[in-house]
Write a protein that binds this ligand. Structure first.
Ligand SMILES: NC(=O)c1ccc[n+]([C@@H]2O[C@H](COP(=O)([O-])OP(=O)(O)OC[C@H]3O[C@@H](n4cnc5c(N)ncnc54)[C@H](O)[C@@H]3O)[C@@H](O)[C@H]2O)c1
Length: 262
């Protein structure tokens, strides 16, 4: 799969899954424009993309801010004129109702995780080439929860609903889909020296037999950007090694449900 002459815009592209996305799109021929709140990591990743022979643009800023989104879009359009793909990847958590997540923190997560993807879509809409595609990064936490995760879960539910709403509104112009990752170990995209360490239960709770890694997400994002997925829009594809399909009753395999944990 190649993306020569395509322009791919990615939020949160400095570290983690976003870093893997930027590098993989660049290696497959796309020009990659990414925004991130971490200036140092963003500049390092831009240098890495260029070292790979890629064409990149890094914009530093907090995508919770409307002004940052406007200036980022202006810079991208001034450089490239048109775009082909928008990957709304950046998100974060400020925990939830059982801890200190108040009005400001809750709204901040929604601004990063839902408002920014919506507004970037609006800003870039006049500039999509034919065959354009938006991929939103959701989470399996859009559908299931641990305690004290309301800010993040609400953002992921929001971006999942935003995905199908936009797919209908933008019919015939841009396809809009989402990927809902499960547990993705991003350590290798923070440090080249990172060595993963999992327990046997960590891997066994995934029917696929392992924890996920960023390329698992990138491959699906690239499929959703490519014309091979031209008949898919409004869809959210779960990529979690089957973790959310494994039903466990207390007593199964020696596992005990400890109510004091919730
Ligand atoms: N890693 C997982 O297990 C997992 C699971 C499900 C969903 N996801 C989703 O995948 C996406 C990427 O996850 P990740 O684990 O790579 O995240 P991460 O925290 O490792 O990296 C996120 C990147 O986004 C940037 N960022 C965060 N807030 C920002 C802001 N306000 N403005 C600009 N940049 C900002 C960070 O600086 C960082 O570079 C997120 O949407 C996340 O919710 C991840």
């Amino acid at each position: 799969m190649r993306f020569d002459d395509k322009v791919c815009v990615i939020t949160g592209g400095a570290l983690g899954i976003g870093r893997c996305l930027t590098q993989e799109f660049a290696q497959k021929g796309a020009a990659v424009a990414f925004v991130d709140a971490d200036r140092q990591a963003g500049e390092e990743n831009l240098a890495a993309i260029r070292a790979l022979g890629g064409n990149g643009l890094f914009f530093h800023g907090d995508i919770a801010e409307e002004d940052v989104l406007r200036r980022f879009a202006d810079v991208v359009i001034a450089r490239y004129g048109k775009i082909d793909y928008l990957v709304n990847n950046a998100c974060l958590t400020k925990r939830g109702i059982l801890s200190s997540c108040g009005y400001e923190d809750f709204n901040y997560v929604l601004r990063v995780g839902v408002s920014a993807p919506y507004f970037l879509t609006q800003l870039f809409l006049p500039y999509f080439n034919p065959g354009g595609s938006i991929v939103n990064i959701s989470s399996t936490r859009a559908f299931m929860s641990q305690a004290d995760t309301e800010s993040y879960s609400a953002a992921k539910g929001g971006i999942t609903a935003l995905t199908h709403a936009l797919s209908v509104s933008l019919a015939g112009k841009v396809r809009v889909n989402a990927v809902a990752p499960g547990w993705i170990d991003t350590g290798a995209y923070y440090s080249a020296e990172y060595v993963p360490h999992y327990t046997s239960a960590d891997t066994a709770q995934h029917p696929a037999g392992r924890v996920g890694e960023p390329h698992d997400i990138v491959r699906v994002v690239q499929f959703l950007c490519s014309e091979d997925s031209g008949f898919i829009t409004g869809e959210t594809i779960t990529v979690d090694g089957g973790m959310t399909k494994l039903m466990i009753y207390s007593g199964d395999n020696g596992w005990e449900y400890n109510v004091s944990n919730i």
